[in-house]
Design a protein around this ligand. Structure first.
Ligand SMILES: C=C(O[C@H]1C=CC=C(C(=O)O)[C@@H]1O)C(=O)O
Length: 405
């Protein structure tokens, strides 16, 4: 079905239709994808399971996976029953109506509603999680948490732990979630930008700099080790950025973590490039890229296997994984929920692109919750980690037109 007209108007009307009919919806833009915005809607509730999605073949859709799977925060999969691409200006129905008789009436109602609201739709409604209460981590509590993390590392409990916090922002009257997404993806062309809205689970938006697993259509597997943070000051040249020992070690632990995952499945042939400095919005990070040609290796399901092993990486959890996870769950006084989980399109146009859910915000009815964490090592200083999380939160907060504080 061709959809003529301004893609922003169409996106808003499609999003508003999904919300009106209590359907799960995902909107995203891959980095460097010529600004092609895609949307998928499922005609059924999102599927929940504890399994990671199959990345090499199978169902097309959008995965939305929490930091830790639980009854409260299940792994979600939005099946791509209906897809839209802003470049093709087309709506595709990816099912046969005669095989799904119960869809016939629903699709007719969706189309009628869409036609009625198309020119005047606004996206000031979204699915809200009833399980989440607005909570903000006080500055003294976060700094205390960092102190405790440093002590635990010094005591030999672990080498690194990523500790995070949450911040509440009031939304202005008439706040439009699709307008905000459009602004976000214009502001950060190199990030994976997304807007996910699922009944009961809620609405999340983000601009992630971190690929967790990519399986391209020509079967190239990719993952990255991303860590170490410093501000990008105007006029500075990222290629000449200087890094402290603390950041170099922090990033090399993420590399080591990935290499251990390769080792555990006896994968020996991979390409490693980096570390080099990359820009993510107002920040710079250190990144090493790992690629594997899945045509040459005997790992036809490498993407899925690695996704299972990698999540949560030491870029969001710590090293070793088990004590770091236990420390986070015991000491952070809020639920990360889907922050530092993973998300992205699966088996769409023959490829899967899974990103870590970083630089993200959850929208409740009147407030936004913005999340950020920082890698803690023995070299950490609580004041600096507080500032670092503030800068990471500004990635999202700048787009809500709030003066970064
Ligand atoms: C945990 C976050 O970032 C990770 C990714 C890059 C750099 C990081 C760091 O320097 O601590 C973190 O490991 C976040 O953005 O909340």
């Amino acid at each position: 079905m061709n959809l003529e007209g301004d893609y922003k108007v169409i996106l808003k009307a499609l999003f508003a239709t999904a919300i009106r009919f209590q359907l799960p919806v995902a909107v995203w833009r891959l980095p460097g994808s010529n600004s092609e915005i895609k949307l998928c809607v499922s005609l059924r509730p999102a599927q929940t399971s504890c399994e990671v999605p199959q990345l090499e073949s199978g169902t097309s859709g959008f995965a939305f996976y929490p930091f830790q799977v639980s009854e409260k925060y299940p792994a979600q999969f939005i099946k791509a029953d209906i897809t839209y691409s802003s470049l093709l200006a087309k709506l595709k129905f990816n099912f046969k109506l005669n095989e799904n008789p119960d869809y016939v009436a629903l699709v007719q109602r969706l189309q009628d509603y869409f036609a009625k609201i198309k020119e005047s739709a606004s996206a000031n409604n979204w699915h809200v999680s009833r399980k989440v209460k607005p909570h903000q981590t006080p500055e003294c509590e976060f700094k205390q948490l960092v102190e405790e993390g440093i002590k635990a590392i010094e005591a030999g409990l672990m080498e690194k732990v990523v500790l995070s916090r949450v911040r509440v922002t009031e939304l202005s009257a008439g706040f439009d979630v699709v307008d905000t997404f459009i602004k976000l993806q214009e502001t950060y062309p190199n990030a994976f930008t997304s807007l996910v809205s699922i009944p009961d689970t809620g609405t999340w938006m983000g601009a992630s700099p971190e690929i967790l697993v990519q399986v391209s259509s020509n079967k190239i597997f990719k993952t990255v080790a991303l860590a170490g943070t410093q501000p990008l000051t105007p006029g500075s040249n990222p290629a000449k950025a200087m890094w402290q020992q603390k950041e170099i070690e922090e990033q090399s632990m993420v590399e080591r973590y990935i290499l251990n995952c390769f080792k555990s499945i006896r994968l020996r042939e991979y390409q490693e490039t980096g570390p080099r400095t990359v820009v993510a919005g107002n920040l710079m990070h250190l990144r090493t890229d790992f690629t594997v040609n899945m045509n040459e290796e005997t790992f036809p399901t490498l993407g899925t296997q690695m996704l299972q092993l990698l999540h949560p990486t030491s870029a969001v959890c710590g090293m070793p994984k088990e004590p770091a996870t236990a420390f986070i769950l015991q000491k952070e006084r809020y639920d990360r929920a889907y922050f530092s989980g993973f998300l992205g399109p699966v088996n769409i146009n023959g490829e899967s692109n899974i990103y870590v859910n970083l630089r993200c915000t959850q929208f409740l009815e009147q407030v936004a919750l913005t999340y950020a964490g920082a890698g803690i090592t023995t070299e950490s200083e609580p004041d600096k980690e507080w500032m670092e999380t503030r800068m990471k939160m500004d990635t999202m907060r700048q787009v809500f037109r709030i003066q970064p504080s």
